[in-house]
Design a binder for this molecule. Structure first.
Ligand code: HEM
Length: 321
């Protein structure tokens, strides 16, 4: 069963990226097995506020936690350099993606997670995100409209036949972007709309799309006409006192290749040079990739233990590739 990725858009989120200290693998594995229970314990007191938590595991951590072969497409995030813009790769063993209708629920769950993880992890990045008015980001545009829903979302998310041992899993890429809001706000609204590819007030897609608009660059259609989709749950974050304004990008997909292609189109351009104009106002400062195991994999890692109690390949033995 897939982790709690598919949700109504949340109002609040916390994104936590951490490294696991050497020797702390068993404690982290135990915490991951208890994650669904902890989330239930915190969330049950506020039914209707939809607390959820998804965990992702980075390439550098996998073989330290589990003896099962690594998921086929798990690798470190590949940074990108275009003629004008760069997507840096930054390290991370674990990603926790907490969401709810209220920040206090995310905060309390993060507190409980950190109680268990104290001494075992080093937090590399911690961002509290929010939705700005009616589902907008800090550029002022409605963000998330074209997310697939229902069966299309499940199809976009799920690892399929290409890696049957990990069916029910997914991949996630996160990037933290900082906006130059002064430069953005100096643009007339009609020009901002050409950058994004949708109207600002009504959120309707423009019919005369510029080739380097964010929407045009991120619409990927295979030669057979199939659109390749991802599931996004971006959040605004910031600190006006420090003049920091950002968007935390998070995208899930059954293969990282779809998101990587979008990123190549954004940063390098297809053809090269046709970079996404959103980058002229937004700088990526982090970038990491994680595997999102199925919930039952996390809860039963010992199904794969060897007789000495250590973790082995067991039922997760991969079919030949
Ligand atoms: C600065 C960071 C970003 C901001 C502020 C942002 C904002 C937006 C907005 C406002 C839309 C239009 C409404 C919607 O359909 O959601 C959009 C669409 C989209 N974005 Fe982003 N985005 C960001 C980064 C990214 C990244 C890094 C990717 C992929 C790697 C991405 C992929 C997409 C896709 C696939 C769509 C839908 C395109 C369509 O089918 O119409 N975005 N984004």
């Amino acid at each position: 069963m897939i982790q709690d990725v598919l949700r109504e858009p949340a109002k609040a989120a916390i994104f936590l990226v951490a490294d696991v200290r050497p020797g702390s693998e068993a404690s982290v594995r135990d915490l991951l097995a208890d994650l669904a229970g902890l989330t239930r314990a915190v969330g049950f007191r506020a039914p209707g506020d939809q607390l959820s938590c998804v965990v992702g595991i980075g390439a550098s951590l996998w073989s330290r936690l589990y003896r099962a072969p690594a998921p086929r497409d798990l690798h470190p995030f590949r940074g990108l350099s275009g003629a004008r813009h760069t997507a840096p790769a930054t390290h991370g063993d674990l990603l926790f993606h907490l969401r709810a209708r209220r920040l206090d629920l995310c905060f309390e769950l993060e507190r409980q997670l950190m109680r268990r993880l104290a001494g075992h992890v080093r937090v590399l990045d911690e961002v509290q995100g929010f939705k700005y008015f009616d589902e907008r980001d800090l550029l002022g545009f409605v963000d998330g409209t074209e997310n697939p829903a229902g069966a299309a979302a499940r199809a976009a998310l799920a690892i399929g036949d290409q890696d049957p041992a990990y069916a029910g899993g997914s991949y996630v890429i996160v990037q933290k972007y900082l906006h130059d809001l002064d430069a953005w706000q100096a643009l007339p609204v009609a020009e901002q709309e050409r950058v994004i590819g949708r109207s600002k007030l009504s959120d309707i897609e423009l019919t005369d799309q510029a080739v380097n608009s964010h929407v045009a660059v991120n619409t990927i259609v295979d030669p057979d006409g199939t659109e390749r989709q991802i599931v996004r749950e971006n959040m605004a974050f910031g600190s006006p006192g420090a003049a920091e304004f950002g968007t935390y990008f998070i995208g899930y997909a059954g293969t990282p290749e779809v998101i990587e292609r979008m990123l190549r189109r954004m940063f390098v351009g297809e053809p090269a040079g046709n970079h996404d104009r959103i980058l002229d106002f937004s700088t990526a400062v982090t970038g990491s990739l994680f595997f999102v195991p199925a919930a039952d994999f996390l809860e039963n890692p010992l199904d794969n233990s060897t007789s000495d109690g250590s973790l082995g390949i067991g039922s997760l033995k991969r079919s030949s590739r």
